[in-house]
Design a protein around this ligand. Structure first.
Ligand code: ADP
Length: 351
């Protein structure tokens, strides 16, 4: 029996909780087959033993269904995603994963349209402003293949330059930016984009000249899909911030998304609530999308509630104009709410 036939059978085994299979994620390290005995080596970046057990069961079931296979041995090696130590410094002075980059933080949401990209771009700007005092720099990586909106919100576009076979990130507002939007044509059908995720994320990690950065903020696609798993497998994420609106419907999906991330060994740093209230000229607050969802999500996930961002036409306008409110109108109360969350994150990462 050929290794190819075994590989085909293995490609029916999904990573627990995901739609993507273990072969296309590159988790299968070795396939040996000798007189009816199949020996499979699997390597997974997680410390969650239940994930390993599920993969092992899946592999056994898939291979035992093949006539020529009499016995199956599955060797799963678990490598926990490497996290920087308590001071944020790894022995080499940088977080393992992207050379020169200390921390990678993902911004995730269960649902689309909750303001994840708006949050990511403002967070990156607020972090950059606060860290610039110490001479530290920030990057923003847009992995939202389905609707890359970071280029518009950050006011950058065009094709990045290539130097020594590496991609040079575009730059604006003092932030180094890479986006799927720079690499794919607007008319690439969405169904073709899914399979490109792993390859493109690998490129973003290995072939982009990021330079020395304190933090890269990653704007994940909404939901609980393959990009999250690809990222968790490819680079050690320091953690993820979950963005939700106050609505019950949004918080339920946000929690599901967060639990999926935890499955891939990505710690949830905290929850931020967007579109929390509309502030009247007299300072009164109107809770258009309900109340308390962000805090409840944080409590349910047993993580910190990082704060609220108001529903503010100024936030939308600033994003549409390519200069997030955190830089365009730093004195505004909306900008201050992003800065407060950025300050909390800097403190949390330091600890
Ligand atoms: P997502 O990335 O979750 O799909 P976006 O960041 O693209 O969401 O936001 C969706 C829309 O809502 C955008 O038009 C954006 O300008 C707007 N928006 C997001 N957050 C706010 C806010 N706090 N106040 C006003 N408009 C917002």
């Amino acid at each position: 029996m050929s290794k190819e036939a075994i590989k085909n059978a293995l490609s029916t085994v999904k990573y627990p909780g995901f739609s993507r299979d273990i072969v296309s994620f590159g988790l299968v390290r070795s396939i040996d087959f000798d007189s009816g005995n199949a020996v499979i080596g699997i390597s997974v970046t997680t410390s969650d033993h239940s994930v390993a057990a599920e993969i092992r069961d899946g592999v056994e079931t898939a291979l035992k269904a093949l006539d020529e296979v009499e016995s199956v041995e599955v060797n799963v090696s678990l490598s926990p995603a490497k996290k920087p130590d308590a001071t944020g410094d790894s022995p080499s002075g940088v977080g393992a994963g992207i050379p020169g980059v200390k921390h990678v933080i993902a911004v995730a949401s269960g649902k689309g349209g909750v303001g994840k990209s708006t949050f990511s771009s403002n967070l990156a700007c607020a972090l950059a402003k606060q860290l610039s005092a110490e001479g530290k720099r920030v990057g923003l990586l847009d992995c939202d293949i389905y609707g890359p909106s970071i280029p518009l919100m950050m006011g950058v576009g065009g094709r990045p330059e290539i130097e020594d076979e590496s991609i040079i990130p575009l730059e604006n507002h003092g932030i180094k930016i890479m986006s799927m939007g720079f690499l794919i044509d607007d008319d690439t059908p969405v169904v073709w984009r899914g399979p490109m995720i792993q390859k493109t994320i690998n490129q973003f990690i290995n072939n982009v000249k990021w330079g020395e950065l304190e933090i890269i903020v990653v704007d994940l696609p909404p939901g609980t899909g393959d990009a999250q798993l690809s990222l968790a497998q490819t680079i050690p994420l320091r953690g993820a911030v979950v963005v939700t609106t106050p609505q019950l419907a949004a918080t339920q999906v946000a929690k599901r998304g967060a639990r999926m991330l935890e499955k891939t060994n990505v710690p949830i740093i905290g929850v931020a609530e967007n579109m929390s209230y509309l502030e009247g000229p007299d300072g009164s607050k109107q809770h258009i999308f309900g109340q308390g969802g962000g805090e409840k999500t944080a409590t349910d996930l047993k993580v910190e509630f990082l704060g609220q961002i108001p529903l503010d036409p100024g936030i939308r306008e600033a994003g549409d104009n390519g200069a997030p409110i955190a830089v365009a109108n730093p004195e505004s109360s909306s900008s201050e709410s992003f800065h407060a969350i950025a300050a909390k994150l800097i403190e949390r990462i330091g600890n």
